[in-house]
Design a protein around this ligand. Structure first.
Ligand code: SF4
Length: 288
């Protein structure tokens, strides 16, 4: 294990603390399971990862298509063009067989057709797949936003969702990642931004929330608390503590889909191995 350059430092009195480099994903990893954070951010070389899941292939292709669709000239931004892009972007990795992959590609093409039909192709987003960053007392935080819309003077953070269940306004309100993106969009693009939206492609629904300064401050404070815990764990290792104790495992259902399961005996014991296609919502599971 190595110590990352942004933590594990010796802090002398009066010496400014080096900021932790973090992302919404790394903070969420640590909150869910400190060992997963360590695998992804501290250990080098990276521990072996498990096989790619089919539902990740679906999500990756759809995100890619929706970013590329806006690269097309306005007159070519059609549902047909979106489907063509999907065919080029599609990966069969993780599916049981060609039949399942083809069936899901057709299903994803249907979602795209419906979603794109609701978009005005002449309206340019402010950004797509844009990395934004900000600095807090404890960390430099960066992450990539799926889409940033312009609505009047305001910018809106848009996140595409491709899971089985439609998103809810409560989910939009409670998402630490989206709140941190708002702060990072403000800082990076120097424009007002308060609204976050979850666009659920399978159902064509949009969930949203308009953040207040208070709700953003609450999210930022909780993120800072996680950063403090990460720095404490990293410094403990530097001071000689067993890394397995400083970054304990938190076994649970998430071990079934954790990327680092092959490197984690506790995770293997907690949950049986799942087939790479087992997290796809088949017809019977999808909401009406
Ligand atoms: S398999 Fe489970 S316990 Fe192990 S790192 Fe992943 S989430 Fe943590």
């Amino acid at each position: 294990m190595r110590n990352p350059s942004d933590a594990g430092q010796v802090v002398l009195p009066g010496m400014p603390r080096r900021l932790l480099r973090a992302s919404p994903t790394s903070l969420s990893d640590f909150s869910d399971c400190p060992r997963r954070y360590r695998f992804a951010n501290v250990d080098r070389p990276l521990p072996p990862r498990g096989p790619r899941f089919a539902h990740h292939s679906v999500g990756t292709a759809l995100h890619q298509v929706l970013a590329q669709w806006y690269d097309l000239p306005v007159e070519r931004r059609t549902a047909g063009a979106a489907r063509q892009l999907l065919y080029a972007a599609w990966s069969p990795v993780g599916f049981r067989d060609d039949e399942q992959s083809d069936r899901w590609r057709a299903r994803a093409a249907g979602w795209l057709t419906d979603y794109v039909a609701e978009l005005d192709p002449t309206v340019e987003p402010r950004a797509r797949e844009r990395t934004v960053s900000t600095t807090t007392e404890r960390m430099t935080l960066s992450g990539r936003v799926d889409r940033i819309d312009e609505r009047g003077e305001e910018l809106v953070v848009v996140d595409y969702k491709t899971g089985r269940m439609p998103s809810t306004d409560d989910e939009a309100r409670g998402s630490q990642a989206l709140a941190l993106y708002v702060l990072a969009v403000r800082r990076t693009l120097r424009r007002p931004c308060s609204r976050v939206e979850l666009h659920h492609l399978p159902s064509g629904t949009v969930a949203g929330f308009d953040h207040t300064e208070k709700s953003l401050a609450n999210h930022a404070r909780r993120a800072e608390d996680v950063a403090i815990d990460i720095q404490a764990a990293t410094e403990a290792v530097t001071a000689g503590q067993d890394p397995d104790e400083a970054f304990p495992v938190v076994p649970g259902r998430q071990c079934g889909w954790c990327d680092f399961r092959p490197a984690c005996p506790a995770g293997q014991a907690a949950e049986p191995a799942r087939e790479p296609w087992s997290f796809l919502a088949e017809e019977d599971d999808l909401p009406a």
